[in-house]
Design a protein around this ligand. Structure first.
Ligand code: AMP
Ligand code: MG
Length: 431
């Protein structure tokens, strides 16, 4: 049996490169940038006022103060969207709004709060031709957004592999990118197999079971940035399975099956792939639950066979496929996060197997406490639906005792809710 790290690397090395596609800017949120993007121009492309006030020459107001203001003539008024009519001369000021282009010759802006109309009738805005008293000196460049303040032409604004956030959307918008190159979602076929499977909408008769595993796996794929296509269940029939694999392998980036990879008479997935001439990468895992698992490569495509048991399939997915797939698609935030926690009740080890025990996490006295949940069988989903993560119990003959430290692979949402709580505590402490 291959080790779990080796298996994860094997899976990773057989995932195909992602295709780039262009999406419009509003649709780029959460996507992953497919190529480095450089600013085609300076942002902003001209010097702009950062305040409502008066554009001046700094040297004209070098000695201005409240007791000895500099008196300037207002020669123009430029709102955002206007173009200055003329350059600024000595002893002149131009009334400017935030965002307005600076007139030529101006090198600073005095905030309106630091000015006063000379004629009180002009309050609050001195008209063109009127006089304004400047009550403070300003250094050159004060309250001015210079050319390229945000980004210089040719500067890297987004890197290949970067996740698109609202701030990046804004930055790309200011640089003029409307069509954004992102990686296309890879497509995965999810094939449930088992003659006993019925659709979710049907009531199973005795001997039948609803197909739950394929839907859970499809959801997990979606969470990791893969577009899943869930097929109708295929009966335990080697010919039918081989036929299906022949059809789907060319159309998908990844092929998954649920069921038919154990060692019973009806477990025919490996046999079907072998008939096609697929190369087997591994045929089981030192993991519990989730021992039954298969990976093959056929015509350059990776196919992974998971257990039909839903909790086992999800455990294999979470421990082996999730990290590899999240790296593949650039959705690293959906990887499980390793935490150190104290086990609250003892757990028996499994000889030769890593045990992934579903736990609820609690924070107590600044430490994580991992509570193993009731119902750890590979058939039981209710515990997994409540779990915050998996406590990893190392292989052995004994038990991991209560109070011992274990690694827990936790869903990242547990950290989000906890950091909010911590923020709340910090706020209270500061008040
Ligand atoms: P298998 O992996 O085919 O040996 O199946 C193991 C167990 O999981 C059996 O009890 C199956 O009935 C059940 N099972 C198989 N496929 C599914 C599925 N898609 N949804 C729910 N249970 C399944
Ligand atoms: Mg089966």
């Amino acid at each position: 049996m291959k080790g779990l790290t080796e298996v994860e690397q094997l899976v990773k090395s057989h995932l195909p490169p992602l295709r780039p596609e262009k999406v419009t800017l509003p649709n780029a949120l959460g996507r992953v940038i497919a190529e480095d993007l450089f600013a085609p121009e300076d942002v902003p492309p001209y010097p702009r006022s950062a305040m409502d006030g008066y554009a001046v020459k700094a040297e004209d107001v070098a000695f201005a103060s409240r007791t000895s203001p500099a008196i300037l003539t207002v020669v123009d008024c430029v709102h955002a969207g206007d173009v200055p009519l003329r350059p600024l001369g000595e002893g002149e000021a131009v009334a400017v709004a935030t965002g307005a282009p600076l007139p030529e010759g101006a090198d600073a802006v005095v905030r309106v709060e630091d000015t006063k109309p000379v004629n009180p009738d002009d309050s609050p805005f001195v008209p063109v031709g009127g006089k304004v008293a400047i009550l403070t000196s300003v250094p050159k460049g004060k309250n001015v957004s210079p050319v390229g303040e945000d980004v210089r032409k040719g500067e890297l604004v987004a890197c290949k592999g970067q996740k698109v956030t609202p701030a990046l959307i804004g930055l790309l918008a200011s640089c003029g990118f409307w069509h954004v190159p992102v990686f296309a979602y890879p497509k995965a076929a999810v094939n449930p197999t088992g003659s006993e499977l019925v659709p979710v909408t049907e009531k199973p008769s005795v001997g039948q079971i609803r197909n739950s595993t394929a839907w859970a796996i499809a959801a997990a794929l979606k969470e990791c940035g893969v577009e899943p296509f869930t097929f109708e269940p295929v009966p335990d029939d080697v010919e039918k399975l081989a036929q299906l694999f022949r059809e789907v392998a060319s159309d998908f980036d990844l092929v998954l099956t649920c069921g038919g990879v154990s060692f019973g008479q009806c477990d025919l997935v490996k046999e079907a792939w072998k008939r096609l001439g697929a190369k087997v990468l591994f045929a089981n895992l030192p993991l519990r639950p989730g021992k039954a698992a298969l990976a093959v490569v056929w015509q350059g495509k990776l196919a992974v066979g998971l257990s039909g048991n839903p909790a086992a399939a999800l455990t294999t997915f979470d421990l082996i496929l999730r990290p590899a797939i999240c790296d593949w698609t650039g959705n690293r935030q959906n990887k499980l996060i390793p935490l150190t926690a104290e086990l609250s009740t003892p757990v028996a080890q499994a000889n030769g197997f890593l045990k992934a025990v579903r736990v609820k996490l609690e924070q107590r006295d600044g430490k994580w406490l991992a509570h193993p949940l009731k119902g750890q069988l590979s058939t039981v989903l209710s515990s997994l639906a409540q779990a915050d993560g998996y406590a990893l119990i190392l292989p052995g003959n004994g038990e991991t005792k209560a109070g011992e430290t274990v690694t827990v692979l936790a869903r990242s949402s547990i950290l989000a809710s906890d950091s909010m709580k911590l923020d709340g505590e910090n706020l209270q402490a500061r008040r």
